[in-house]
Every structure is written in structure tokens, then in C-alpha cells.
Design a protein around this ligand. Structure first.
Ligand SMILES: [Zn+2]
Length: 41
């Protein structure tokens, strides 16, 4: 299993279940949050 965002090998079971590494997951969450707040405005 490889992270689709940074193409790095996922080692931890949690990352594999999530489909991406913890750093990319956080970045994606922040990006979603920002796009949502922009929509409200
Ligand atoms: Zn990644």
C-alpha cells in the first residue's frame, strides 16, 4: 500500500486503513476545512 498523495510506503496499519499517511491525512483535513469555511463566506 502506497500513499496516493506523497507516494510513500504506508507502514502502520492505521495509515493503510485510512489509505494515506498521517501527515497527508492531516493536510487533507485542513484543506477540506479551509474550503468549507471559504464556502460559508
Ligand atoms: Zn502521504
Amino acid at each position: 500500500m502506497i500513499c496516493p498523495i506523497c507516494n510513500r510506503q504506508l507502514r502502520s496499519k492505521k495509515s493503510i486503513e485510512r489509505g494515506m499517511g498521517p501527515v497527508c491525512a492531516r493536510k487533507l483535513k485542513e484543506a477540506e476545512y479551509q474550503s468549507e469555511t471559504q464556502k460559508v463566506k
